[in-house]
Design a protein around this ligand. Structure first.
Ligand code: ADP
Length: 636
């Protein structure tokens, strides 16, 4: 870079800056949190790169963040001796939006200034937050390892463009100078800055230092004032939050730390902080968020746990530390035993990591069990009582993936599952709760899967269950059927789909009902044979059932078969699904079925019965036009 260049901001940045500079903020002070956090990240990055290249420390191995101000010039400067920026990095990183947190913020902008300004206070938007209080920002930096002449100065007033030029900068790292607006002059105060740092940045593991202040008497003992000295003092705790004893950490500090690592503005539902000492030693600080991130369904990306080794940051999103079905968990694991140069590949094979993963999984399940327990607890506050339901609404479907993924914890997971049922529209029925309500003579936990709650609830297959007052779980999550494959029984009671196999309802029918059913089946036999013949291409079998009350017929699959719905879902997703040939079950006492006997339209009626049964459970007749034709012929 030979001379000054003027460059434009990426469109999203310009949009963001417009909002930042034109809105009123309730929470201006967050700019400091953002800049200190960037400085701290830059030091983490240096430490990490220096693992393989110690020379990067140059002559200043003690990493720190300096916060200084100049009242006369009305400037506030945040300086770090971290990794620094090269000239190109300054252009790329301070002219575009890099981080997912900031990008998510931009995606959420509504266009309503007031609402958006509130969002900013909660989220923070990284470096650009500086323009909340400054009408000009200048950044001077040199990347570790580059010669002093390859320093860079970046300046902008936060309008459409910024300037960059080469400078000579002996010190490594970055210094961000905010030229404060007139109405932001109150940040030029040690007391004010210290209190903001204590509020947001206390947990940062680096020392944040400021010049010490001293009282200076005025001339002739007339008044006096605080003046800055040349001595620097550390103004934060400067130890990683998770490395401190639990008893010294206030709930607010845990929450603030969560917000910083997760870019979530809402407080977490729960957290667990433990030092684990066993075959491997580590500290875990794990959080359960209150709501799902936008990329929860991306199984590849989302892993929320950061890995540290002896308090040195190693990597974000370390997916080896928790199973994928717990990818919503955020937090930090700090291992005392892993090598500092550990790579993602090494993590997969490490025995220490395996132990950490098992220990952390148990811890998360424990937290969830505690939340679930609070639902029932007498003395619990309404807020605590509602936490598990809140969690489940956001993450229940992800948790279910664990049924197939984590065989070792299947029983614990099964207890955490919740479903809607024929007696509860909300997803609040636990398997244990269901069991406690089972009827005398009921031998299984019954469930039905469906595309929607309404479809599941109104399925003809439920008729006899309703009549007998037997509860049936309604499952409408896409993963339900798959997850249920892994759960054959719960606490000794088999799980039985009401849409699979012949339901064993004998014990639930009274003598009169049984007798009537047998008689009807006997009389119906000849018709049944004719039906089988007429539908031999569509139905694997036709049989008489006692499960129907108001409907003439329904479709079921064999016990081991895939449900029709899952087959449909796979097909829609473009995947290969086995051809499912269902069994048609007939309600022999239904008037329409009675009509079959001797009817001249036998064939049409048979096909209509089949196609209607298919429609009733959410499917489509193979030949819809033929179906319509047959129905119309009869209507006429
Ligand atoms: P992020 O959320 O990624 O930190 P920012 O807008 O705050 O987003 O910063 C953009 C990028 O600028 C950072 O990812 C980093 O690469 C760079 N950056 C910001 N501050 C510093 C700093 N003090 N030292 C080195 N690089 C920095």
């Amino acid at each position: 870079m030979s001379q000054k260049q003027t460059l434009s901001f990426q469109a999203e940045v310009a949009q963001l800056l417009h909002l930042v500079t034109h809105s009123l903020y309730s929470n201006k002070e967050i700019f400091l949190r953002e800049l200190v956090s960037n400085a701290s990240d830059a030091c983490d990055k240096l430490r990490f790169e220096a693992l393989n290249n110690n020379a990067l420390y140059e002559d200043s191995p003690n990493l720190e963040v300096r916060v200084g101000f100049d009242k006369q010039a009305r400037t506030l400067t945040i300086t770090d001796n971290g990794i620094g920026l090269s000239q190109q990095e300054a252009i790329d990183n301070l002219g575009t939006i890099a981080k997912s947190g900031t990008r998510e913020f931009v995606n959420r902008l509504s266009g309503d200034q007031k609402a958006d300004a509130q969002l900013i206070g909660q989220f923070g938007v990284g470096f650009y937050s500086g323009f909340i209080v400054a009408d000009k920002i200048s950044v001077e930096s040199r990347r570790a390892g580059l010669p002093p002449e390859e320093g860079v100065r970046w300046t902008s007033t936060g309008a459409g463009d910024f300037e960059v030029e080469a400078i000579t900068r002996p010190e490594r790292g970055t210094s961000v100078t905010l030229h404060l607006r007139e109405d932001a002059a109150d940040y030029l105060s040690t007391w004010k800055l210290k209190s903001i740092i204590a509020k947001y940045s206390d947990h940062i593991s680096l020392p944040i230092v400021m010049r010490k202040e001293e009282w200076k008497e005025g001339e002739d003992n007339k008044g006096g004032e605080m003046v800055l000295t040349d001595e620097w003092e550390t103004v934060n705790q400067a130890s990683a939050l998770w490395s401190r004893p639990k008893k010294d950490i206030a709930p607010e500090q845990y929450q603030e730390f969560y917000k910083q690592i997760s870019h979530d503005h809402e407080a977490p539902l729960a957290w667990a902080h433990n030092r684990v000492e066993g075959s491997t030693e580590y500290v875990q600080l794990l959080y359960i968020p209150a709501h799902a991130p936008f990329d929860l369904w991306n199984r590849e990306k989302a892993a929320g746990v950061k890995l540290y080794v002896k308090r040195v940051f190693i990597m974000d999103e370390a997916e080896a530390l928790l199973p994928s079905y717990l990818r919503f968990v955020k937090g930090v694991i700090d291992s005392a035993d892993l090598p500092l140069n550990v790579s993602r590949e090494l993590l997969q094979e490490s025995r220490d990591v395996k132990a950490i993963r098992e220990g952390s999984t148990k811890r998360v399940l424990g937290m969830l069990e505690d939340l679930a327990k609070a639902e029932q607890e007498e003395g619990a506050s309404d807020e605590d009582k509602g936490k598990y339901a809140k969690f489940y609404a956001e993450f229940g479907a992800v948790l279910k993936e664990g049924m197939g993924e984590d065989l070792g914890n299947r029983e614990r997971l099964a207890k955490l599952l919740r479903f809607a049922s024929t007696t509860s529209d909300t997803t609040s029925v636990s398997l244990a709760g269901y069991k406690a309500r089972m009827k005398e003579g009921q031998e299984a936990i019954y469930y039905i899967t469906g595309d929607t709650l309404a479809a599941a609830k109104n399925s003809p297959q439920l008729e006899v269950f309703r009549k007998k007052g037997i509860e049936v779980l309604l499952m409408t999550d896409r993963v339900d059927e798959w997850a249920l494959n892994y759960l054959e029984e719960f606490d000794g009671t088999p799980m039985q789909s009401v849409a699979k196999g012949a339901v064993q309802l004998d014990k639930l029918l009274d003598e009169g009902e049984k007798k009537a059913a047998e008689e009807a089946a006997e009389i119906f036999k000849p018709v049944l044979e004719k039906l089988k013949e007429a539908l031999k291409d569509k139905a694997q079998d036709v049989r008489v059932t006692t499960r129907l009350v108001d409907s003439p017929a329904c479709l079921v699959v064999t016990d081991s078969g895939m449900s029709m719905q899952l087959a449909r879902m796979l097909k829609q997703a473009g995947q290969k699904a086995p051809e499912v040939k269902p069994v048609l079950e007939i309600n022999a006492s239904h008037p329409l079925v009675k009509k079959l006997d001797g009817s001249e339209h036998f064939d049409d009626l048979a096909h209509i019965l089949f196609d209607q049964a298919l429609l009733a459970e959410g499917g489509l007749p193979e030949d819809p036009a033929a179906y319509v034709k047959r129905v119309n012929a009869l209507l006429v």
